[in-house]
Design a protein around this ligand. Structure first.
Ligand SMILES: NC(=O)c1ccc[n+]([C@@H]2O[C@H](COP(=O)([O-])OP(=O)(O)OC[C@H]3O[C@@H](n4cnc5c(N)ncnc54)[C@H](OP(=O)(O)O)[C@@H]3O)[C@@H](O)[C@H]2O)c1
Length: 258
């Protein structure tokens, strides 16, 4: 199952997985696009493709997709559907803030929750969660980056969720992968009225190539744009060090007398 397959990275996952011979369920709101993609993939690769038109920000839509994923059985779940609503926090309409939480967070958790029991029972399967490099941007002082407090935080959620899910599920035979793309050529920015044509953008099929190559190699965190993967190990080591260093019962000396 690939969510958000009506454009961009999700469509590229669907293309690549179909060409590798996988039967697919593809999910998005624009069902006519899914139907066109499904017809093309069936013709080109002789696989079964079911399109599921659903709004993952609505409880009913998400519920239907959860039922489909639990019943399938699904061998691979690609949690990819997502959106950003870049804007200053005080201008972000509460309805859009909620949509970000529902699509970028709740859908990832609940679809994983629906898929995982069957995978654990079969001791096989994979869950791929598409986050973003911006998950690591909380401390970045880069004025050219968009206003993104909620979006980046949803992706940070996906980082922690995926790493901890991997720790639980990998020993049970289920692969879990986190994918953190940089800027990618898709509808992600244009649907927000943003022109990023002057920014170097990775092609969606390259993101997918990196993700599936890393999956085959057992790499948990796939950062397609990163040349020196030591940087990732350093982030993980720094996080682990912080956790160890601050897990104490008494306030440190700098608070003495305060
Ligand atoms: N493009 C980038 O620069 C970039 C960078 C890092 C991470 N990402 C992440 O990559 C993922 C895919 O984005 P993309 O770049 O491929 O953007 P995209 O072309 O805009 O695709 C987003 C997909 O998500 C689906 N979607 C959005 N809201 C939905 C909803 N309520 N219910 C069901 N489906 C919904 C869209 O389908 P419908 O509109 O048809 O529903 C579409 O298929 C996202 O999670 C995004 O955060 C993108």
């Amino acid at each position: 199952m690939v969510t958000g397959a009506s454009s961009g990275i999700g469509a590229a996952y669907a293309e690549r997985l179909a060409s590798d011979g996988w039967d697919l369920m593809i999910v998005a709101r624009r069902v006519e696009r899914l139907d066109q993609l499904a017809a093309r993939l069936r013709d080109a690769h002789g696989v079964d493709v079911e399109s599921i038109g659903a709004d993952l920000s609505a409880a009913s839509g998400l519920g239907r997709v959860c039922e489909a994923v639990a019943a399938a059985p699904v061998e691979m779940l690609v949690n990819n559907a997502g959106l950003a609503h870049y804007m200053p926090f005080v201008e972000l309409p509460p309805s859009k803030a909620r949509e970000l939480l529902e699509v970028n967070v709740a859908a990832f958790v609940l679809l994983s929750r629906a898929a995982a029991p069957g995978m654990v029972e079969r001791a096989s399967g994979a869950i791929i969660n598409v986050a973003s490099l911006l998950a690591f941007s909380g401390a970045a002082q880069e004025p050219f980056l968009p206003k993104r407090a909620v979006y980046a935080a949803t992706k940070s959620f996906v980082v922690t969720f995926t790493e901890l899910l991997a720790a639980e599920l990998q020993p049970l035979g289920v692969q879990v992968q986190l994918v953190c793309p940089g800027v990618v050529r898709s509808e992600f920015h244009t649907r927000q009225g943003m022109d990023v044509s002057s920014v170097p953008r990775m092609e969606p099929h390259d993101v997918v190539r990196a993700s599936l190559t890393d999956l085959a190699r057992g790499v948990l965190v796939s950062v397609p744009g990163l040349s020196d993967t030591d940087a990732l190990a350093e982030v993980q080591a720094a996080n682990a060090g912080l956790l160890r260093a601050a897990r104490v019962a008494e306030l440190p000396a700098r608070y003495a007398g305060s």
